[in-house]
Design a binder for this molecule. Sequence first.
Ligand SMILES: Nc1ncnc2c1ncn2[C@@H]1O[C@H](COP(=O)(O)OP(=O)(O)OP(=O)(O)O)[C@@H](O)[C@H]1O
Ligand SMILES: Nc1ncnc2c1ncn2[C@@H]1O[C@H](COP(=O)(O)OP(=O)(O)OP(=O)(O)O)[C@@H](O)[C@H]1O
Ligand SMILES: [Mg+2]
Ligand SMILES: [Mg+2]
Lengths: 228, 228
Amino acid sequence: AIRMDDLTKVYEVGETEIRALNGIDLEIMKGQFVSIMGPSGSGKSTLLNVIGCIDTPTSGRLRIMDQEVSRLKDKELTAIRLSTIGFIFQQFYLIPTLNAIENVELPMKEARIPRDDRHRRATQLLDMVGLSNRISHLPNQLSGGEQQRVAIARALANEPDILLADEPTGEVDSQTSDSILSILEDLNRDRGLTMVVVSHDPNVANRAPRRLSMVDGKIVSDRSGPVV
Amino acid sequence: AIRMDDLTKVYEVGETEIRALNGIDLEIMKGQFVSIMGPSGSGKSTLLNVIGCIDTPTSGRLRIMDQEVSRLKDKELTAIRLSTIGFIFQQFYLIPTLNAIENVELPMKEARIPRDDRHRRATQLLDMVGLSNRISHLPNQLSGGEQQRVAIARALANEPDILLADEPTGEVDSQTSDSILSILEDLNRDRGLTMVVVSHDPNVANRAPRRLSMVDGKIVSDRSGPVV
Ligand SMILES: Nc1ncnc2c1ncn2[C@@H]1O[C@H](COP(=O)(O)OP(=O)(O)OP(=O)(O)O)[C@@H](O)[C@H]1O
Ligand SMILES: Nc1ncnc2c1ncn2[C@@H]1O[C@H](COP(=O)(O)OP(=O)(O)OP(=O)(O)O)[C@@H](O)[C@H]1O
Ligand SMILES: [Mg+2]
Ligand SMILES: [Mg+2]
């Protein structure tokens, strides 16, 4: 599903150059559930942003669903992002002027899903993440963990093939974190959703059958094996 | 240092009323280090926002440093916030147009600290949180955990008497989380800094000598005792 060859991302700030990704080789097969751990600043979000076609690499190759992404036009990239990839951002990025259900419906609106279907699915997704009694709240009327859960529901709106989750449980208590993970595990097992989850929390990262570690823009370990 | 009597905070959203704080009685003595845990939506951020004089209670009394806060004028509240209380927000709220060191200097500028002293102290604080090589980065040029560390340095800028920290380690790896906590513990022990730390992470919350739990806007447990 995802293939990176010698992928590098360099940021320039004033005179300094920061190699956020430093020659990444990575293949993730369809239906795999991969976690990524690593110190703050090691390049995890940058890796997800490049896979999610939100940030462009400085050099190297990236293929998503067998398509070479760097050759795609903007319109095709947008089509991939809308129909294929669900993204849960580290800082949520909910639209502040839309309430919870409107935020979840927005990607479905962009994908031209009819209104009644959109509303029904958004209600279902918000119920699944435990927010059925907060659907008309604006983001600034929600707690940190509640905003995060709206962001999770939104990422699943268009039934993506690939889900990229950047610290999906950073703001919630361990019980809610458990139930979010169970939802993602069920989708991975029942729907074959390919998942890449960044997490500082070993309880989350260790539930993935394949576990990567990053340091200074490189993948330093790649362990597959039974969930601990 | 902090005293709450029957404190309540009600939010109204459309027709529904949400009792985010439901009759809180709480006394925190000067120099205490208190942690607060609780499920997502239980009222932890609301409690900190009220203590931090950022949000006003619906009813009940709040005294900060022996002053009844509800009777203070805006100007006096601002003076307390600037000189007495340091706040680390759950979503950081760094000024996007200021770089890391400018964000840390800002509260000192408001408190009329001379430029050289400001710059020296801000550099020291950013070094303390491990960001000496990111001081000229804007917030959108920093990782999630790096932004959080800038927010911690900023909260300590005016050497507050009270530090309110809302999920201060949510976005960083466990090693960085440990070093942040050690910094806060040293300030508590050496400077007598009164600390209230909200955290979902038991590794953080259990390091406090006094540990509160909240559910549905109420304090349901209050345990003092040796750190586990
Ligand atoms: N837009 C940018 N401009 C300049 N530097 C950047 C930019 N975005 C990230 N960086 C730098 O690149 C490095 C990697 O950032 P990234 O956000 O990928 O780290 P991360 O592993 O997600 O960290 P965290 O765990 O703190 O979220 C960081 O050191 C950061 O300072
Ligand atoms: N401005 C607001 N308007 C309406 N409701 C609000 C507002 N702020 C918070 N709430 C509601 O009040 C309740 C308590 O929110 P609060 O942010 O204090 O929870 P929390 O314990 O910090 O949660 P988390 O662990 O998810 O950060 C939540 O259910 C939330 O929906
Ligand atoms: Mg990150
Ligand atoms: Mg909160």
